[in-house]
Design a protein around this ligand. Structure first.
Ligand SMILES: Cc1cc2nc3c(=O)[nH]c(=O)nc-3n(C[C@H](O)[C@H](O)[C@H](O)COP(=O)(O)OP(=O)(O)OC[C@H]3O[C@@H](n4cnc5c(N)ncnc54)[C@H](O)[C@@H]3O)c2cc1C
Length: 627
């Protein structure tokens, strides 16, 4: 289906492209109830199976706010039990899918499981957007999107994380990318929407840096490949940044060293342990906030080591180099679809092969069939989970969920909460005090992914770039990916062909307390209408690219916003290890209690697809050992 201007306007009350509207019209475009959002907030969703589920939906946001505000606190105990299961999984993201897959392989014959997810489609933050522009299908990630092919696991059962599932599902290790389709001089593009922000990978992408200087805006391309000599920076700042880039450390692998790193933020580590200036930490803020929600001053140095930040690698590791990252057309929706295909083969049209799994249509009617051992129920929010009796002695858990405005009660022998702490502390009604205390240490940062479908990206080609970075205005970065070929989905990497420009937008304000940064970001994400964001995006692109021939009326064919209200847990110093003062909060939660177990990627600190599924697996095994 072609996106017409009419679709755009009808679907979302989109602003007129001709006249940019002023911010400040925000609230008038929102729902009458200031605590609720509606379609003027949500906006256009594209085409295909994911069109009604881009980011958090109004229904998810409104139900979650009703839950937070206590509207479900007096549900009648008399609500009749509709169904009984051995296991109920709350959450259908990578963790919930990992839980369901483990149940499928390890449940006793006849045991039954129900997964509840509050969105219209499974996958959590691993979903995709689809556009149709000039007859071409364009697919882009809504959130989670890039990966390294993991080491091969000979025995998947003995492996964990990415390697385990990659081997178990036989995901291809050689992935087909379309490097360059134009006859003109090729440019380098990143394969995901993330790698080009990392210092070890940015040199592999043609990136334009836009500097607002006293004498106006200035572009400098591929500045790190030029040792920053072409960037309008003072000698002092340039030298400090280069020093940061070149910094190495040899003594970071021992357990004590790891525990020590977790007592510091990455910024403190750079300043106190490596005696570097403040510029490196400030430069790292964007990558850190894109991976963990907030900047270098808020994130544990321990996790900065996991992502090989400057100062965290030995000379040898650095010289070993880094492989390229990859991304399926819809990002990590590819992994979510692999899980679904193995849990419920008929739920995705086609065979159990790469092409069909990644591009096959979802058979929604096969997700929740009465005779299936595993059922997946969408658009269903768990609003109350509680043992029937004391946690120590109960034989069952009562789960109440809300679907289409009506509450239903079900009974389970055990429950896996594959949902985050911000949900669990409201939903799990008999949650012990020590869990509430542990969850106080979980701060959740938010994120916006804006996918902009372009008729062509000739203007960027003329500038010699496939990615851009800037400071101030809407967002900080945007890029065009080198696309993967899958079956008949063969998008071009050609500046005269349609493509998606993806903006990854964290909400960090370095220097403010974590809670203040999160609250400010949440207010912006919640109170900004689709129309206002559309106008900001058009204005930002006009500022950056109009001199190179960009015309927002002519070149933009669609915009999808994916708003994630609780995108990442922020792994602040102290998040990871038990200390003499007590257990790390995440280790308190992992223990579970009674017949309720907790398995969500936030318990890893560094949220990632394979470990997310491992968390679901661990929690499911806890329940299988109990029931
Ligand atoms: C912008 C962004 C980029 C990322 N990039 C990457 C990447 O490149 N690679 C990578 O591996 N990871 C990436 N991640 C991390 C990603 O979040 C994890 O890898 C993983 O997908 C999280 O899975 P999860 O199941 O733990 O959580 P989620 O994906 O949050 O899934 C939880 C599900 O439970 C649902 N739910 C919550 N409460 C309820 C309730 N009461 N009732 C019913 N359902 C409920 C949620 O709505 C959601 O659908 C990224 C994340 C973001 C936000």
């Amino acid at each position: 289906m072609k996106i017409t201007r009419r679709d755009f306007v009808n679907g979302v009350l989109a602003g007129s492209g001709a006249a940019l509207l002023k911010p400040g019209m925000v609230m008038s475009a929102m729902s009458n109830n200031p605590n609720r959002v509606d379609m003027s907030w949500y906006g256009y969703g594209g085409v295909g199976d994911y069109a009604n589920s881009h980011g958090n939906t109004p229904d998810v946001v409104n139900t979650a706010h009703r839950l937070r505000d206590g509207e479900f606190s007096n549900l009648p105990n008399s609500l009749p039990i509709d169904e009984e299961y051995d296991l109920v999984i709350v959450g259908g993201g990578m963790a919930g899918l990992g839980a369901a897959w483990h149940f499928k392989k390890n449940a006793k014959p006849g045991q039954k499981c129900l997964m509840l997810d509050n969105h219209p489609i499974f996958g959590g933050e691993a979903k995709e957007n689809e556009f149709s522009v000039d007859g071409e299908t364009l697919i882009a990630p809504q959130g989670a999107n890039g990966f390294f092919v993991p080491p091969h696991a000979d025995d998947p059962e003995q492996a964990s994380g990415d390697a385990r599932y990659y081997a178990e599902f036989k995901i291809p290790r050689e992935l087909p990318f379309n490097a360059w389709s134009s006859k003109e001089k090729p440019l380098n593009a990143c394969r995901d929407n993330f790698g080009y922000l990392h210092w070890l990978l940015e040199g592999k992408t043609n990136i334009g840096y836009f500097f607002d200087t006293d004498s106006g805006g200035k572009w400098a391309n591929d500045i790190w490949n030029h040792d920053l000599k072409n960037a309008p920076l003072s000698n002092e700042v340039r030298e400090s940044l280069l020093q940061w880039h070149r910094s190495r450390s040899e003594n970071l692998s021992a357990k004590e060293a790891s525990e020590h790193l977790d007592t510091l933020s990455y910024k403190e580590y750079l300043e106190k342990e490596l005696n570097l200036g403040v510029e490196g930490a400030a430069e790292a803020d964007l990558f850190m906030a894109s991976a963990f929600g907030l900047g270098s001053g808020d994130i544990s140095a321990y996790v900065a080591r996991d992502v090989a930040m400057p100062g965290m690698l030995s000379k040898q590791q650095f010289e070993d180099g880094v492989p390229r990252r990859n991304s399926f057309p819809g990002g990590n929706s590819g992994f979510a679809r692999y899980f679904l295909k193995h849990i419920k083969p008929e739920a995705i049209a086609g065979k159990n092969n790469f092409d069909d799994i990644i591009t096959g249509a979802i058979n929604f009617s096969k997700l929740d069939r009465p005779d299936d051992d595993i059922r997946i129920r969408l658009n269903s929010t768990a609003v109350a989970v509680q043992h029937e009796g004391t946690a120590e002695n109960a034989n069952s858990v009562r789960v109440i969920y809300s679907h289409a405005g009506k509450e239903h009660a079900i009974r389970a022998k055990g429950v896996v909460m594959a949902s985050g702490g911000w949900v669990n502390k409201h939903v799990v009604r008999d949650l012990p005090e020590r869990f509430h205390q542990a969850y106080q240490h979980f701060h959740h940062a938010l994120f916006l992914v804006a996918n902009v479908a372009l008729k062509n990206w000739r203007f960027m080609y003329e500038m010699g770039i496939t990615a851009a970075r800037w400071q101030g205005g809407f967002g900080y970065t945007a890029n065009i990916r080198e696309p993967m070929f899958v079956g008949r989905h063969r998008p071009a990497l050609d500046p005269d062909k349609p493509a998606v420009l993806t903006f990854y937008v964290p909400f960090h304000t370095p220097g403010l307390p974590v809670s203040a940064q999160v609250a400010m970001g949440r207010a912006e994400l919640f109170f900004t209408s689709y129309m206002d964001y559309e106008n900001q995006i058009r204005a930002q692109m006009t500022k950056l690219f109009s001199a190179a021939g960009f015309d927002h009326n002519r070149d933009i064919k669609g915009i999808i916003l994916n708003r994630w209200g609780h995108a990442y847990v922020v792994p602040t110093p102290g998040f990871f290890f038990d200390t003499k003062k007590g257990q790390a909060p995440r280790n308190v939660i992992k223990k579970g209690y009674g017949r309720i177990a907790f398995g969500h990627s936030e318990l890893e600190g560094f949220q990632h697809w394979g470990p997310a599924a491992d968390q679901g697996r661990r929690a499911t095994q806890q329940i299988l050992d109990t029931i």
